[in-house]
Design a protein around this ligand. Structure first.
Ligand code: AHR
Length: 307
């Protein structure tokens, strides 16, 4: 077209049925599977023809998946960008093709791609606050003199890994009892969490707190600790984020201290926000999801609804 691209996201027509794209990043954990299922369930109730893809852990494939959805003529795109920078081209191409995009559960680099312009809005949790809440729980509940912390980071370059690290580290290091002796990525995966924990345990046998950026890595770390003859929940405090069934069970079993919720059930919210946008409403740039906190006081009340 002529001149500069509009500094607004493309509009969404009001219609009976929509062709909706959901470009999932991977399906190697219960959180991702629950999120994808939430979109499939919502397709029924929200009158969507859903085009869902799975990038199998590759940002490059996720970009290609969005390309093919654009070619298939989707009306609207829901995108959980695996990493903050590599998915920016997908956001830009959707805008250029006139397709409004909503980022779900993760975001992209805000210095380059902006809500209310390149995409409509980000739907998701406050990851900095999640990390901070874990730190505050540890500060209140750790009963030793010296907390020696190993941190298992999520996918390098992803918004939850960046922000959960910042929120936790800033808060915990305000208390002189605590030291972070190692911080390494386990890619949000159980197996890698276990492997990284095995290695870090050898270098730091005095660890007594493990902070994992998600429950899958926390469960992997518990396996590594038990294999090394340690007693998670007794001599090592394990804390993380998400609220999966296995994590709630680990809390009930006394092996984990806390998990701050990060809900994967985005389908109904996606439906509601999309309809508001189609009706011409101004959408807040960050549609924030409120997160609960699960400990031994309430895990048993929530395990039946967990995934
Ligand atoms: O983006 C949200 C995070 O992605 C979840 O906390 C994690 O388990 C998932 O892989």
């Amino acid at each position: 077209g002529l001149g500069a691209a509009s500094a607004e996201p493309p509009p969404l027509e009001q219609k009976e049925r929509y062709k909706v794209g959901f470009a999932q990043m991977e399906s190697n954990n219960p959180w991702r599977i629950a999120e994808t299922k939430s979109f499939h369930d919502t397709a029924e109730s929200c009158n969507w023809d859903l085009v869902a893809t799975d990038a199998a852990g590759s940002a490059a494939k996720q970009v290609a998946d969005v390309d093919s959805m654009i070619a298939q003529g989707i009306d609207v795109l829901f995108l959980p960008p695996r990493e903050e920078k590599p998915l920016i081209p997908a956001v830009m191409k959707a805008k250029a093709a006139g397709i409004p995009t909503f980022l779900v559960d993760r975001s992209v680099d805000p210095a380059v791609a902006k809500p209310g312009d390149h995409f409509v809005a980000f739907l998701g949790s406050d990851f900095i606050d999640q990390g901070k809440r874990v730190a505050e729980w540890v500060i209140e509940n750790f009963d030793g003199d010296k907390g020696v912390i190993v941190e298992l980071e999520g996918t390098t370059g992803s918004s939850p890994a960046n922000d959960r690290k910042k929120g936790f580290d800033d808060r915990i290091l305000q208390d002189e009892r605590f030291e972070i002796v190692a911080s390494q990525s386990g890619d949000f995966a159980r197996d890698q969490g276990r492997q990284v924990m095995e290695t870090l345990l050898q270098a730091h046998p005095d660890v007594n707190i493990v902070y994992a950026h998600n429950d899958e890595m926390a469960i992997g770390a518990i396996q590594a600790l038990e294999l090394a003859g340690r007693k998670p929940g007794e001599d090592v405090l394990v804390v993380s984020i998400d609220g999966t069934r296995d994590a709630l069970q680990a809390i009930i079993d006394g092996k984990m201290g806390v998990t701050v919720e990060s809900s994967p059930f985005f389908g109904p919210l996606a439906c509601e926000v999309m309809k508001r946008y189609a009706a011409g409403e101004e959408i807040e740039h960050w549609v924030q999801v409120e997160d609960r906190i699960f400990t031994k006081d309430n895990a048993v009340d929530h395990i039946d609804e967990a995934y």
